[in-house]
Design a protein around this ligand. Structure first.
Ligand SMILES: NC(=O)c1ccc[n+]([C@@H]2O[C@H](COP(=O)([O-])OP(=O)(O)OC[C@H]3O[C@@H](n4cnc5c(N)ncnc54)[C@H](O)[C@@H]3O)[C@@H](O)[C@H]2O)c1
Ligand SMILES: [Zn+2]
Length: 362
């Protein structure tokens, strides 16, 4: 068992990484005294896969299991109100309630958001079941739901009481979803941890077949990086948390240009990191060999390095980004593997010139 603390004074909380933790969930939850009655928010898919564990762990005297929706639909306002109504209709509603989020990043974002707004805030615990959930979304207290206009547009900063990670949940996760998480893991390596980057680059087969030891090391190192960054800049007010957006400015441009349908977030982040790498190279910060290493790492993990897109649409989306000011864009660029910095004055010329490097043609 490993434990990392997210240090936020009176809001500090532990992130526990423990294989098999899911077989003894009530015991682990009770340690943090979140409340008397737990509303377990989960997805239909997790309920189907883990019915046995869920029924055994959450008896009706102390818990109510609420099934939200699969994927991003869990973050719709319809689902949000359905879950809230479900909570309100419970007889246990005044019995010092808390929320337990059991699922991927979407369930964590929804459950965390509900915990933050219900009676202006009740306790919640995260039990993430995807790689993205375990290394990224469950840590840091960003919660949100979507509207048809935009993703994550209604949200709060609200820290959980604890994050309980059982890597063995990943055994049932589709490979495609594992890759989504590996793109974010590679991000942590590039921004802060060269050893992690090399571990990912040199062991793709073992990692993709979910080698326990490697996976636990990867999760631990990613959690540590995120926890440290969040502790220094909880609300993204000091510019420190900004480096977690590495690869994401371009990724969001690509996602917006494809209306969030054609490209997954992980693939967009993979391309966004490579784009940032080419841009860093063009601005004389890094060598072509280093971009080559990043490209190689992405490919070995089954992530894309080229994509078809309309440059105009992506540039337009970048221009609408809140990081775009007075004709210049702000982006996280690479100085070396394990070291990045924020650049505030990238010109449109450099932006469009670099687009060609990752553009695929027929
Ligand atoms: N709050 C944050 O800081 C933060 C950070 C990153 C991402 N996010 C959010 O997280 C979401 C993405 O998270 P995600 O990638 O976990 O997506 P997800 O929650 O949609 O999960 C992906 C798919 O895997 C299924 N699944 C989950 N666990 C499984 C398991 N153990 N076995 C089999 N299937 C399983 C889900 O039902 C879903 O179909 C986005 O909405 C994004 O905005 C939030
Ligand atoms: Zn991301």
């Amino acid at each position: 068992m490993k434990k990392i603390t997210v240090n936020l004074k009176e809001k500090s909380y532990p992130v526990v990484i423990h294989d098999g933790l899911r077989n003894d969930l009530p015991h682990h939850i009770n340690k943090y005294k979140p409340g008397n009655f737990g509303f377990v928010i989960t997805s239909p898919k997790i309920y189907d896969l883990y019915k046995g564990i869920i029924k055994k762990s959450f008896n009706q005297k102390k818990f109510k299991v609420i099934i939200a929706a699969n994927g991003e639909r869990a973050k719709s306002k319809e689902c949000f109100f359905r879950v809230i109504d479900n909570i309100l209709s419970s007889k246990q509603i005044n019995n010092n309630p808390f929320i337990l989020c059991l699922g991927g990043g979407t369930i964590g974002d929804l459950g965390g958001f509900i915990a933050s707004v219900y009676k202006r805030g009740i306790n919640y615990i995260q039990v993430p079941t995807t790689l993205i959930g375990q290394i990224d979304s469950s840590i840091g207290g960003k919660t949100a739901i979507d509207t048809p206009q935009a993703k994550n547009i209604i949200g709060t900063f609200y820290q959980p009481k604890a994050v309980l990670i059982d890597p063995s949940f990943l055994n049932t996760l589709p490979k495609k979803e594992v890759r989504e998480g590996l793109a974010e893991a590679l991000k942590y390596g590039i921004i802060k941890d060269k050893e992690l980057f090399c571990l990912l680059k040199n062991n793709p087969q073992k990692i993709l077949s979910l080698d326990k030891k490697l996976l636990n090391t990867i999760i631990y190192r990613c959690v540590k990086i995120k926890a440290d960054i969040v502790a220094k800049d909880e609300k993204e007010a000091k510019g420190i948390r900004t480096i977690l957006n590495f690869g994401h400015t371009f990724a969001h441009g690509l996602e917006a240009a494809s209306k969030y349908k054609k490209i997954s977030h992980g693939k967009a982040v993979a391309l966004g990191m490579l784009y940032a790498s080419y841009l860093s190279q063009q601005l004389g910060r890094i060598s072509p060999a280093l971009t080559g290493q990043i490209s190689q790492a992405l490919q070995s993990l089954g992530l894309p390095v080229k994509i078809k897109f309309e440059p105009k649409k992506v540039l337009n989306a970048l221009r609408h980004d809140k990081k775009f000011r007075a004709g210049k864009i702000r982006m996280v660029l690479i100085d070396n593997i394990g070291k990045v910095s924020v650049s505030t004055n990238i010109s449109q010329k450099d932006l469009s010139k670099t687009l060609k490097k990752i553009q695929a043609f027929d």
